[in-house]
Design a binder for this molecule. Structure first.
Ligand code: FE2
Length: 420
């Protein structure tokens, strides 16, 4: 079974990444940061986790206010570096762990955390700035499961909610059946404020006190309000509540193997390693938790002609679902209608995916893993009604299916004037 081998905490300022890229280790201003991160990378090199579950916040790069969520788990197969305005840093992509991520996602939802899930989004300095310092990347020695926290738009969940999320993370990881060694990395903080007349606020005394409480009395931190964190550590410094999710995933007793702090410019840069006793998770508890996770969908598999859309399926069929979803864009649907083969090629669809769309194989598309709501968009574009699609999925003629309805009306999701 999977087990958590420890927690790492690290600030995530862009400057950490730039110091790495410029190899500023001999510059006296940046040397302390290399020294600090050296302890973290040495620990990772010695303990060799298979997976890093990395808790961070995006900085209005890949997550914007058109749809903002509190807890977003990355379920994708690969993670790339984001361009934050001046071009992306030259770091290779890092592999994700879709199977573990899907298990964690299902477990967290079963434990009443209403998560959001993402894939195919590049990750910004919140993740890659510390990550590039933590391990070599030629190739990356571990897989990455990112957990993005929406801490920029109020309301933000309470500090205690982050700690409880950590408790749930531990149940999730320790019930994953495969033998994986997982390290939890929390990023962000410490004290800083980057906006308004209070920009430049720091509080090294509070930062030291925060790290004391974090190790020995996280319950105290969980009782603090956002305003108290902002008052003591600066408004943006209140992102340290993210650390509590890592702390909650560790047992009450942790051994601090390293703790460092340096204030070069705007942000108190902290690093820490917390080791836990290497004990195997209890197999009976893990089994009971998996039963709990499966409860909500138990029995669905017995329903004939029913195909739940799952996190695993969402990752596996992202390409074709993305292609069908983009039928909401006029340019995409015009390109498809004008030259379908060129459009398939541009989207990198597989031969099987092209064939399913070419033949309008509605039942085949569902069996393949396309979601119905993509099918009805394609139907609207090619002038096929929803009723045609329903009948085809059932393996019936339209007339036979219509006999089972009270009305023979045909409709699609195209505007009324475009329906035939
Ligand atoms: Fe941040």
């Amino acid at each position: 079974m999977a087990r958590i081998i420890g927690g790492i905490a690290a600030s995530h300022t862009p400057t950490i990444g730039f110091a790495y890229d410029r190899d500023s280790r001999n510059d006296p201003v940046w040397a302390p940061i290399f020294e600090q991160f050296g302890h973290l990378s040495a620990w990772l090199e010695a303990r060799r986790p298979d997976v890093l579950l990395l808790i961070y916040n995006d900085h209005v790069t890949s997550f914007f206010f058109d749809h903002y969520s509190a807890f977003a788990l990355g379920i994708g197969a690969e993670w790339r570096v984001a361009d934050e305005g001046g071009g992306a840093r030259a770091l290779p992509p890092i592999a994700g762990h879709p199977q573990l991520a899907a298990h964690i996602g299902q477990s967290l939802v079963a434990d009443e955390f209403d998560m959001s899930f993402f894939q195919h989004k590049p990750l910004d300095h919140g993740c890659f700035s510390p990550l590039s310092m933590l391990t070599r990347h030629d190739p990356w020695p571990a897989r990455l499961v990112p957990l993005q926290m929406g801490v920029l738009q109020s309301p933000v969940p309470r500090a205690r909610r982050f700690l409880k999320l950590g408790h749930a993370l531990r149940r999730a990881i320790e019930s994953y059946p495969e033998d994986l060694r997982v390290a939890i990395v929390a990023t962000g903080g410490l004290s800083h404020q980057v906006h308004g007349e209070r920009a430049g606020f720091n509080n090294p005394d509070w930062d030291a006190r925060f790290m004391d409480l974090f190790e020995r009395d996280p319950e105290r931190l969980a009782d603090m309000t956002l305003a108290e964190f902002a008052s003591l550590g600066g408004f943006e410094g209140a992102e340290v509540v993210m650390w509590l999710a890592m702390r909650g995933a560790l047992p009450a007793q942790v051994a601090c193997r390293h703790r460092g702090y340096y204030l070069p410019s705007m942000t108190g840069i902290a690093t820490a390693v917390y080791e836990v006793a290497d004990t195997a998770p209890d197999a009976a508890i893990a089994e009971r938790h998996r039963e709990h996770m499966a409860r909500e969908t138990r029995g669905v598999e017995a329903l004939p002609g029913t195909y739940p859309f799952t996190l695993e399926g969402s990752v596996r069929t992202y390409r074709i679902n993305d292609y069908l979803h983009r039928m909401i864009e006029p340019a995409h649907r015009q390109a498809f209608l004008a030259d379908p083969e060129a459009s398939f090629e541009a989207a990198g669809l597989s031969p099987e995916e092209r064939d399913l769309i070419r033949r309008r194989d509605w039942r085949g598309l569902i069996h393949y893993g396309a979601i119905f709501f993509g099918l009805e968009k394609l139907g609207a574009v090619v002038g096929v009604s929803n009723l045609h699609i329903y009948a085809a999925m059932r393996g019936e003629t339209l007339e036979a299916f219509q006999k089972t309805r009270n009305t023979k009306a045909l409709y699609s999701v195209a505007p009324a004037e475009k329906q035939r």
